[in-house]
Design a protein around this ligand. Structure first.
Ligand SMILES: Cc1cc2nc3c(=O)[nH]c(=O)nc-3n(C[C@H](O)[C@H](O)[C@H](O)COP(=O)(O)O)c2cc1C
Length: 332
């Protein structure tokens, strides 16, 4: 297995954390990186929002990459080549090592203005965006897409070939159509086909949730890297397991339920509180804790309790109580 080469960046291991809006903020990325990620990607950022000098504080938080994990890729969305080019310059100045273009988002708030996956309905526009962004920055530009807008018009191979000609340095394919949203399964046969159709590196994405399966997918398709999204939430140990296999070791065991919750509260919750303050961290952490609780006896009741709590210390108390009862059960 080789490092993922994106322009001058030799990325090891070839394991990428998926951009996830509302999730992969700077704290999350910094927490997950040491588990064994080669590359992290920000939440997507609206190129339009960046045109205003007084961009909202939240947008600026998303693009400020100074002093953070390296390399980091900042993802942009938009449908206007000139606006995307200007936005790319801004994020590059704010520390992005790579600029990633989003042609994958199926959310109506993005597609109604022809952004994200809606761009795949007009490949001339996609190409103009890619050319403008490549021209605008002195760092590698990458692109993440879906198979196409709908099943009857799969455009990923043509989009990829145009990307390669435009100077894009790597591609990620989430092997679903926009219309599928998250239904059905990601079809890795398309990822294999894409890898065979272009010379630039291809990153495969969609539904990876088991370390051995992830390596098998990589071998079967010949992709240069894999990207993990939802399955890492509440389970960053999956990242370490895949890194172990990539580095030729047996995959380490996932920690005990009590230790997983200790990490959730002692490391993840604490870091989010420090970064965001209680009023933002508590609601954001509800979804994370719900996932850390997966597989733990009585998880449904615990989730319900946590959903109703607004003070961090009360949430911590519930989880600590759970850790104690898990340990009592093991001792017994
Ligand atoms: C909550 C959430 C937010 C997402 N936000 C983005 C985003 O900002 N940009 C993007 O390209 N993809 C986004 N995605 C898609 C993921 O990057 C990824 O392509 C998708 O989840 C499939 O990978 P997985 O099966 O490993 O989760 C998001 C997915 C989720 C679940």
């Amino acid at each position: 297995m080789k490092p993922l080469a994106v322009g001058p960046h030799e990325i090891w291991p070839p394991l990428v954390l998926a951009p996830m809006s509302g999730v992969t903020n700077r704290t999350m990325r910094a927490l997950y990186k040491p588990f064994g990620l080669g590359l992290t990607v920000t939440e997507f950022v609206s190129s339009n929002a960046l045109q205003y000098a007084s961009s909202a504080k939240r947008t600026m938080e998303m693009i400020d990459q100074h002093g953070l994990e390296k390399p980091v890729s900042t993802q942009l969305w938009g449908d206007d080549p000139a606006v995307m080019a200007k936005a790319a310059k801004i994020v590059r100045e704010c520390g992005a090592d790579i600029v990633d273009i989003n042609f994958g988002c199926p959310a109506p708030k993005v597609t109604k203005t022809n952004g994200g996956s809606a761009c795949l309905r007009d490949l001339d526009r996609c190409e103009a965006i890619m050319r403008a962004v490549v021209e605008a920055v002195d760092c590698p530009v990458t692109m993440k897409m879906r198979l196409g807008w709908s099943e009857d018009k799969l455009v990923y191979i043509e989009a990829a070939q145009r990307a390669q000609t435009a100077g894009v340095k790597a591609l990620t394919l989430h092997a679903r159509t926009a219309k599928q949203f998250y239904k059905g399964n990601a079809d890795w046969a398309h990822i294999k086909r894409l890898k065979e159709s272009v010379d630039i590196p291809v990153i495969g994405n969609g539904d990876l949730s088991d370390a051995h399966d992830a390596i098998r997918r990589m071998e079967e398709t010949g992709v240069d890297a894999i990207m993990l999204g939802r399955a890492t939430l509440g389970n960053p140990w999956l990242i370490s397991q895949i890194r172990d296999l990539m580095e030729g070791r047996a995959a380490q065991a996932v920690p005990s339920a009590a230790d997983r919750l200790r990490y959730a509260i002692g490391v993840h919750y604490r870091a989010m509180l420090e970064e965001l303050g209680e009023s933002r961290a508590v609601p954001q952490m509800r979804k994370h804790l719900a996932l850390y609780l997966k597989g733990i006896p009585g998880a449904a009741v615990l989730r319900e309790r946590i959903m109703r709590l607004d003070r961090a210390q009360d949430v911590v108390a519930v989880v600590e109580e759970t850790i104690e009862s898990l340990e009592r059960a093991v001792a017994a």
